[in-house]
Design a protein around this ligand. Structure first.
Ligand SMILES: C[S@@+](CC[C@H](N)C(=O)[O-])C[C@H]1O[C@@H](n2cnc3c(N)ncnc32)[C@H](O)[C@@H]1O
Length: 352
């Protein structure tokens, strides 16, 4: 007879096996999520239950295999299956719809962009050698690869960044202190989602959106000539690693200092070279000394940054050290509540 202890040991071992297997199939879970978005499943499922055959007809998929995809996702908490085998949306799956206010489907597509499926298998190499894999695979740096060779991924990237920005722009724009500020430059500001929110809240402020040419060309319409804020916004294309030819009272660097520290230092120094003494530099980013639940996501994104740009996320004290190496005076850090992962405002001034 098997002893109670042996049974307990076996049960505990199987629980661990289950956890490990769940982790090991993570790539499959991500692929299932991305497949559903690419097939348009979120648009084919409704708030009322729909037969799998009907969802298959709407997505032009084979019913049997589509049912298997839906089952795999439902087991992860995405979509809900009714007792008679039909599917409807739940709160999580609804976020994937085209008409969801956040546009998170673009983030799902970005995190599973084609290059990622070439780069993740080489994570061991990246860790062993401490360097990015995208240049190894594509023969050029990440942003050159995106803009020159992968226009569809570049488009998804911009949309994903806009989606992430839109999730937090209200909280971030409320947290930024613009008292006494006449001009704001959002350096590597993407399509200008945050800048648009700031200009809407502060009618007296002038804004500059600075980013790579292709991204600035796709700026949100309100910032462009003829747009709602077009008369108090400048769109400046350029490479912040070369120079930041913009004068402003406040420079924002949001979710950008995750590339190699030598790049971050160059940007900070380029801003200092143009800015007047006393100008403020505000880094807005998630940090690596955060709550454990957040770290489950950010610590993996940190590896994602290693693969693409050879970069990393920082702790608050690492940001402080970066500022000090750039000759800037840190003036404070503050968490922005209501954001995930929690964004922090890390601020410095350009010395006189
Ligand atoms: C992670 S996104 C962040 C965008 C925006 N700040 C936000 O929070 O949504 C990084 C941005 O940096 C821009 N970028 C990358 N390299 C750049 C460079 N050398 N000069 C200017 N912008 C650059 C990209 O085009 C992209 O918009």
């Amino acid at each position: 007879m098997v002893s109670v202890k042996a049974q307990d040991d076996q049960a505990a071992a199987m629980e661990l096996v289950g956890k490990l297997e769940h982790l090991a199939v993570g790539a499959g879970v991500a692929a299932a999520l991305q497949a559903a978005v690419k097939l348009g499943v979120p648009e084919a499922v409704g708030d009322d239950p729909v037969e799998v055959s009907e969802i298959a007809a709407r997505t032009d998929a084979v019913p049997g295999t589509l049912g298997r995809l839906l089952r795999a996702l439902e087991r992860q908490g995405v979509f809900e299956e009714t007792s008679d085998g039909r599917y409807r949306h739940n709160a999580l799956s609804r976020l994937l719809r085209d008409d969801s206010p956040y546009g998170l489907k673009h983030l799902v597509l970005w995190l599973g962009a084609p290059w990622t499926w070439q780069a993740w298998p080489r994570l061991d190499e990246a860790v062993r050698d401490g360097k990015a894999m995208v240049p190894e695979i594509f023969g050029k740096d990440f942003y050159s690869y995106l803009t020159q060779d992968a226009p569809e991924s570049a488009r998804v990237f911009d949309k994903a960044m806009t989606a992430v920005s839109s999730l937090s722009s209200r909280q971030v724009s409320t947290a930024i202190d613009l008292r006494g500020v006449g001009s704001v430059a959002d350096v590597a500001g993407g399509q200008g989602h945050l800048l648009r929110t700031l200009l809407a809240r502060h009618p007296e402020v002038h804004g500059t959106l600075f980013d790579l040419e292709a991204t600035v060309a796709d700026a949100v319409p309100e910032l462009c000539a003829g747009g709602e804020f077009g008369d108090r916004c400048s769109l400046v294309p350029g490479d912040c690693l070369n120079e930041v030819p913009v004068k402003a009272d406040l420079y924002i660097l949001k979710n950008i200092l995750d590339w190699p520290d030598e790049n971050s230092l160059r940007v900070l120094k380029n801003i200092s070279a143009t800015a007047d003494p006393g100008a403020r530099i505000l880094v807005i980013d998630s940090v690596m000394d955060a709550a454990p639940e957040e770290m489950r996501v950010t610590s993996v994104i940190d590896l994602f940054m290693l693969l693409n740009v050879g970069g990393q996320r920082h702790t608050r004290s690492e940001f402080e050290e970066l500022f000090s190496r750039a000759g800037l005076d840190l003036t404070g850090t503050e968490a922005v509540s209501g954001t995930f992962p929690t964004l922090h405002l890390v601020e410095a001034t350009v010395p006189g």
